[in-house]
Design a protein around this ligand. Structure first.
Ligand code: FAD
Length: 396
């Protein structure tokens, strides 16, 4: 009988892996993809929806081409349990699916209890994260539109590592751009648990000082420990509490719930340790994990581009093993991350990561990659082309 790869999660990592297992096996290996969402909605570029220059529809791609063009079997459900001994996964609706190889790319889960009050505030719709693109993104946009001129928008950032290191700083810029035009008396506070801006720091700081002087204020070393939704107040470990009209509190994050529940999150009970040669979990044989859920190697960001790149390494390893091929992999991963500083102007950072056998980890290749000199519109065009290309690569 045919070998079967079961993929859990149809985001940047999982969709790419599902497609590439089919391609690399010449369509010999069956692939089943379990994903509860009706369509893929990109987190990259979703900050523009908050800023008001784009809509969620611009970021949405159906999963259907994976099935119609590549023969991936799509199952609209979520996996609620995994049995690594029997090599089966149970769907929330009840049935069990057997696998030869399981590939998980479940993304991140918010650690709600790291900030008391936050979970209830999210459930009631009062304090939103919008750290997964979708209905929360649209709802946070509505809060922003309803904010009075002269109001305060505050975003809190958890200690690294979290999904998308530059994402909160990009969000601050794009929201400030909207405020500058629509509500110019307003303020935007960045309350960062980290000691400094963790990605593209000097570039962001220059934009805040020049383009958003009097609007954006950056406060490092602000670790949120409690929220009060009614008074829209956030309290910190050390610093004074802050009240805002719109409060966007990002708590600490860990691997998606299914990885944590299955005992795979063996790094600090947060992330999944993997063998970087094939992305197999160190906790369970024949379970491969990619994307935001893994414990990253040094200098490796939790990004969509990285998840897409890891997916190809994992897919190649899985196909080789199921086909009985001897391979001697020496994987390389790439990353490019564009950040909008307003609706049009963009900065980027890029890097190449090479597997170093002697240290069993990935390291950034010295002299590879690069960084923008300053925000510019041409990179805005590149950013959209990057997105269209990666969506086509993952889902087309
Ligand atoms: P995801 O893409 O989140 O996919 C996980 C999928 O798994 C989801 O579809 C989910 O529904 C599904 N799932 C979860 N649990 C289960 C289960 N039990 N059963 C079945 N399915 C399940 N990255 C970039 O490269 N460039 C950017 O410019 C960029 N900008 C960003 C901006 C923002 C505001 C944010 C929030 C993120 C940004 N990122 C960016 C990061 C990027 O979105 C993530 O790194 C990427 O989505 C990780 O891919 P993933 O496959 O690990 O997770």
């Amino acid at each position: 009988s045919k070998a079967r790869v079961l993929v859990v999660g149809g985001g940047y990592g999982g969709a790419t892996a599902a497609k590439y297992v089919r391609l690399l096996s010449d369509y010999r290996i069956d692939v089943v993809l379990v994903e509860p969402e009706p369509a893929f909605v990109s987190c990259p570029l979703s900050n523009l929806v908050l800023g008001g220059s784009r809509e969620l529809a611009d970021l949405t791609t159906p999963h259907g081409t994976l099935q119609s063009r590549h023969g991936v079997k799509l199952v609209r459900d979520s996996v609620s349990a995994i049995d690594p001994q029997k090599k089966t996964a149970t769907l929330a609706s009840g049935p069990t699916i057997a696998y030869d190889k399981l590939l998980l790319s479940p993304g991140v889960e918010m650690i709600w209890d790291s900030i008391p009050g936050l979970k209830q505030a999210n459930a009631s719709g009062q304090l939103l994260q919008a750290w997964k693109a979708g209905p929360e993104t649209a709802a946070l946009r509505q809060q922003l539109r309803a904010m009075p001129d002269g109001g305060v928008f505050a975003i809190t950032i958890p200690e690294a590592p979290y999904r998308c290191p530059p994402g909160p700083y990009e969000r601050a810029c794009v929201v400030a751009d909207y405020l500058k035009q629509a509500k110019p008396k307003s303020k935007l506070l960045i309350l960062d648990a980290n000691p400094d801006v963790t990605s593209k720091g000097p570039l962001f700081k220059k934009v805040w000082a020049q383009q958003y002087a009097g609007i954006i204020e950056y406060r490092p070393q602000h670790k949120a420990v409690e929220v009060d939704a009614r008074s829209r107040t956030v309290r910190f470990e050390v610093q004074d509490e802050v009240k805002a009209d719109v409060l966007n509190v990002l708590p600490s994050m860990r691997a998606g719930a299914i990885a944590v529940q299955s005992g795979l999150a063996n790094s600090n009970k947060r992330w999944v340790n993997v063998n970087y040669l094939n992305f197999e979990s160190t906790a369970a044989k024949d379970i491969h994990v990619i994307g935001d859920a893994i414990q990253v190697a040094p200098a490796m960001p939790k990004s969509g581009h990285m998840a897409n790149s890891q997916a190809k390494v994992a897919a190649a390893a899985i196909v080789a093993e199921l086909s009985g091929w001897e391979i001697n992999p020496a994987p390389m991963l790439t990353n490019t991350c564009y950040s909008f500083v307003d609706a049009k102007n963009v900065i980027h950072v890029a890097s190449v990561h090479e597997y170093v056998a002697a240290e069993k980890t990935f390291k950034a290749v010295h002299g590879s990659g690069g960084l923008s000199a300053a925000p510019n519109e041409l990179e805005g065009t590149y950013a959209w082309n990057w997105a269209r290309t990666i969506w086509a690569d993952s889902l087309g």
